[in-house]
Design a protein around this ligand. Structure first.
Ligand code: PHB
Length: 378
């Protein structure tokens, strides 16, 4: 089958992309310690994948408070910014384009991965059951640990959360990123605000759809003011059920958000489909409504093959397709697709932690996690 559309160029916002393949954000837990700083290894890893039209970086915490996993990278110190500058340079030298994903985990965290053993924060003080953070224990060992009960953010603290996104976006701009993607998916802070079971607030950030989406829009407006709407995207995951998230109004809030993002002129919406973490598949009707509500580009992500990706594009339900695991095992995925060459199978043992194949470090303690973290036996 021809995959001409998938391999054809597209302009997303003001950024010209050489094809419609996106490398999905993939957590690797291999930032250097102490300090959660991207290294030359990260630069080489991303540069190897520069054949993608757009790379979305692994989720990157915008503050220490936004961290839930040991050795995930940050974008809130000078050293982290310098590390990312090195990554961006390496990708650009190979002709690639890269967005930084801005991340705050909210309640999917634990005091051992916070500053000063602080309690993690969330819209409401509701613990994520069957959910683990990943920490360094006081004895130096690494491991998963049940997420803490968070404390509810005070209304007066929310401008401070927006500021964290602004500072991170400023650093991303200084580091040379082509775009930024606000992570409002997969059960982390911004989706916790949107979801009915995690947001029980009684202020103007809780209750109605409009109120639950309010913080997300404040973050987007602020990030757009830094980066320009034509270089800002957002990732959402309607119907996501991981990390104890159950949103009974996911479609309504996604569609309201899509309309608001159109008003802002945001470049793209990136939809993590529920097949990765479980949850009801997105209906055709919902896809159509989303298309109608949002005027920017739509990226979808979720176990696509070259063929199913092309079909989704042909049906007009998306403009770009993101690939995750396939990019881990096949850095040259675009070439393999073009040549219809066989694909390497992803090696689950190397997903999290570690360095490159030759210098295994923390991977040994983190590798044997074939299942998503919220399903790990505790
Ligand atoms: C993870 O590290 O398990 C993780 C990180 C970011 C996501 C989803 C999962 O969006």
């Amino acid at each position: 089958m021809s995959i001409d559309k998938l391999l054809s160029p597209i302009k997303v916002g003001s950024v010209e992309l050489k094809n419609r393949m996106v490398m999905a954000p993939l957590t690797r837990n291999r930032a250097s310690q102490p300090g959660d700083i991207p290294t030359d290894l990260n630069a080489r890893y991303y540069a190897q994948r520069a054949g993608a039209g757009l790379i979305v970086s692994e989720a990157t915490q915008i503050s220490k408070q936004g961290q839930g996993y040991f050795a995930a990278p940050g974008i809130y110190t000078d050293e982290q910014e310098a590390g990312w500058t090195n990554v961006v340079k390496a990708v650009h030298e190979k002709g690639g384009r890269i967005a930084l994903q801005l991340w705050h985990v909210g309640r999917v965290s634990h005091h051992l991965v916070q500053a000063d053993d602080n309690q993690p924060v969330a819209p409401s003080a509701i613990r994520a059951e069957n959910t683990t953070a990943f920490v360094k224990h006081k004895d130096g060992s690494l491991g998963p640990i049940p997420a803490d009960t968070p404390r509810a953010l005070e209304t007066r603290e929310l401008p401070g959360i927006v500021k964290q996104y602004v500072s991170a976006a400023k650093r991303a701009k200084q580091a040379g990123f082509d775009m930024v993607e606000v992570h409002a998916a997969n059960g982390y802070l911004l989706q916790q605000f949107m979801s009915t079971n995690t947001n029980h607030r009684t202020d103007q950030y809780g209750g109605s759809v409009e109120n639950r989406v309010r913080l997300v829009m404040e973050v987007l407006e602020a990030v757009v003011a830094v980066f320009g709407a034509d270089r800002v995207g957002i990732r959402i995951s309607p119907n996501f059920v991981g990390f104890d998230l159950k949103d009974t109004e996911a479609e309504a809030s996604s569609l309201y958000l899509a309309k608001e993002l159109t008003r802002l002129g945001v470049a793209y919406m990136h939809i993590a489909e529920p097949d990765w973490a479980g949850g009801e598949p997105l209906s055709d009707l919902f896809r159509q409504k989303l298309r109608a509500a949002f005027s920017g580009n739509i990226i979808v992500c979720g176990h696509y093959t070259a063929e199913s990706a092309e079909k989704r594009l042909e049906r007009g339900q998306a403009d770009l397709i993101a690939f995750g695991r396939a990019y881990l095992a096949n850095p040259d995925l675009d070439v393999r697709f073009r040549e219809n060459a066989p694909l390497n199978k992803p090696n689950v043992a190397t997903f999290y932690g570690g360095a490159d194949e030759a210098t295994l470090t923390i991977r040994h303690s983190m590798a044997a996690q074939p299942k998503p973290r919220w399903l790990i036996d505790q």
